[in-house]
Design a protein around this ligand. Structure first.
Ligand SMILES: Cc1cc2nc3c(=O)[nH]c(=O)nc-3n(C[C@H](O)[C@H](O)[C@H](O)COP(=O)(O)O)c2cc1C
Length: 188
């Protein structure tokens, strides 16, 4: 009985889903991820653009100890990712690649590559580009290949959208609903 109570409490305080935006602006990805957050109570939205995340120094100290010498917001983000049942990454297409903001975030996950703590973590990717959906899908899937491989992430699904100006996704409410319905099947 006591054990059940503890589990219930843990269930309440843990964020089942962590939503991470790799966009530099309040645009399409933030719109999509905010809509998901609104409909899924146990979720948390992290905007990388508002976080202090320094560049990886390349020192490789994390090969000796499973932590980073840099003291910034990354340790908090890593803890949230570790706890999450599902992580949703929203990434804009910049020159057929991920944004620099997101690449920097990937690099700072290097300590987790050595510790294998994200092995089999369920993830979903949402890509947004101003050009054709297929082009953005192909380019960004390629860009995140190493990230997925080295951290041994389990990719549940990838979505790709064509949206150039910051408000364009507001015209695609049906597509966003479909993402939300899909996510609900993964966590409920
Ligand atoms: C520096 C930069 C480079 C971009 N390069 C591409 C590109 O190569 N292909 C593409 O489809 N869209 C490109 N775009 C358009 C963005 O992907 C598009 O504006 C998207 O809506 C950004 O998502 P956001 O509103 O969530 O920031 C680029 C935008 C910027 C700012």
């Amino acid at each position: 009985m006591e054990q059940d109570t503890i589990n219930l409490m843990e269930g309440r305080i843990m964020n089942k889903i962590v939503l991470i935006s790799g966009s530099n602006r309040k645009g399409n990805i933030e719109y999509i991820l905010s809509a998901i957050k609104e409909q899924i109570l146990e979720s948390e939205l992290i905007l990388l653009r508002n976080k202090k995340i320094d560049f990886c120094k390349g020192c490789l100290r994390c090969h000796q100890v499973p932590s980073c010498i840099l003291q910034d917001d990354m340790s908090m983000i890593i803890e949230k990712i570790k706890e999450a049942k599902l992580v949703v990454f929203g990434i804009p297409n910049y020159f057929d690649n991920v944004s620099g903001l997101f690449k920097n975030f990937i690099d700072r996950l290097h300590p987790l590559y050595k510790s294998e703590e994200l092995k089999n973590k369920k993830v979903i990717f949402i890509f947004v580009g101003g050009g054709k959906e297929e082009g953005t899908m192909n380019s960004l899937k390629e860009s995140v290949q190493g990230f997925i491989k080295y951290l041994q992430l389990e990719v549940e699904k990838e979505f790709s959208f064509k949206a150039l100006n910051s408000n364009d996704m507001k015209q695609k409410k049906k597509e966003i609903e479909e993402i939300i319905e899909y996510i609900k099947t993964q966590v409920i």
